[in-house]
Design a protein around this ligand. Structure first.
Ligand code: NAD
Length: 253
C-alpha cells in the first residue's frame, strides 16, 4: 500500500547510509519532512541531497545518539523547523564485534551499549516528550534478529539488541494510551556497510550470507524501510510494543 505522510515530520537517526538512508528517502517520497541525523556529516548531507534531488524536504543535523545534548538538539530542530514531531526512527547502531569468549572486550561492550542501547533510550526520552505535545506519534526502533536470537561471537551486540526490544516494549506500554505507538523492526542480514564490515565483499561471503537466510538472499535496505513505513502509518494502528522480524526466515530456523 502506498503511504501518505504529507504534513508529517519524521526524524531518522543513522540516516547517513544503509537502512536509515533508505527509510529517510522513503518517508520523504511519501510526503514527510525528514530530519536526517548521523555522526557522519558526509553521509547525512548526501542523504539530504538525494531527497532534495527528488523534490523532497529534508535537513541534516549532526547527532551522536549516545550524547544527550545532541539528541535534545535534533528533536528541537525538528520541532522548531517543521512545527512538531510525528514519526521517529531510532536506527543508528554499530556492530564492530567479533569476540570469541576469551577475547570479550569491555570497551566493545561499553561502546556498543552507548550507541545501540543508551542511544535508543535517550532518543525515545526526547521524542516522547515532543510527541506528547503533538498529541501522539509513532516511534520505530531498529533492533535485529539479534533481538530475538543469540549470535555467536557477538555477546554485547546481542545484548544491546535484546535491550532495544525491551526498551520498545516498556515504553509502548507506558505511552500507548497517549496515542504514541512504539514498535521495533528486527532485520536479518541486510546489504549495508555493517554487513560488509562483518563479512567482507567476496563472492564467497555474499553466497554464504544468502545461504544463511532460508529465503535464499540477504536483505535490502528497502525491505526494512517498507516495514518501518507501515509501522509509522495508520495501517498498523493496532500494533503496539511489537518487534517485527524481517529476516528472510533466519530466526525461524
Ligand atoms: N545490516 C544488517 O545486516 C543489520 C542487521 C540487523 C540490524 N541492523 C541494524 O540496522 C541499523 C542500521 O544499520 P545499517 O545496516 O544501515 O548500517 P550502516 O553502517 O550502513 O548505517 C548505520 C549508520 O549509523 C551511523 N551511526 C553510527 N554511530 C552513530 C551514532 N553514535 N550516532 C548517530 N549515528 C551513528 C553511521 O554513521 C551510519 O550512517 C543498526 O541499528 C543495525 O544494528 C543491521
Amino acid at each position: 500500500m502506498a503511504h501518505d505522510f504529507t504534513g508529517k515530520v519524521a526524524l531518522v537517526t543513522g540516516a547517513g547510509g544503509g537502512i536509515g538512508r533508505a527509510t529517510a528517502e522513503a518517508l520523504a517520497a511519501a510526503g514527510a519532512s525528514v530530519v536526517v541525523g548521523d555522526v557522519s556529516a558526509k553521509g547525512g548531507e548526501e542523504t539530504v541531497a538525494l531527497i532534495a534531488a527528488k523534490g523532497g524536504k529534508a535537513s541534516f543535523v549532526r547527532c551522536d545518539v549516545s550524547q544527550e545534548a545532541d539528541v535534545a538538539a535534533i528533536v528541537d530542530h525538528a520541532v522548531s523547523t517543521y512545527g512538531q514531531l510525528d514519526i521517529a526512527v531510532n536506527n543508528a547502531g554499530v556492530d564492530p564485534e567479533v569476540a570469541p569468549a576469551a577475547q570479550w572486550k569491555l570497551e566493545d561492550f561499553d561502546r556498543i551499549h552507548a550507541i545501540n542501547t543508551r542511544g535508543v533510550f535517550l532518543c525515545m526520552k526526547a521524542e516522547i516528550a515532543a510527541m506528547q505535545k503533538a498529541g501522539g506519534g509513532a516511534i520505530i526502533n531498529v533492533g535485529s534478529f539479534a533481538s530475538v536470537s543469540g549470535v555467536v561471537n557477538k555477546p554485547a551486540y546481542t545484548a544491546s539488541k535484546h535491550a532495544v526490544l525491551g526498551l520498545t516494549r516498556a515504553a509502548a506500554l507506558q505511552y500507548g494510551r497517549e496515542g504514541i505507538r512504539i514498535n521495533a523492526v528486527c532485520p536479518g542480514g541486510v546489504k549495508t556497510a555493517i554487513l560488509v564490515d562483518n563479512v567482507g565483499t567476496s563472492a564467497e561471503a555474499e553466497a554464504a550470507v544468502a545461504a544463511a537466510h532460508p529465503i535464499g538472499r540477504a536483505g535490502e535496505s528497502q525491505d526494512i524501510a517498507e516495514a518501518i513505513l507501515w509501522l509509522a502509518s495508520p495501517a498498523s494502528g493496532f500494533v503496539l510494543g511489537h518487534g517485527l522480524v524481517i529476516d528472510g526466515g533466519l530466526s525461524a530456523q
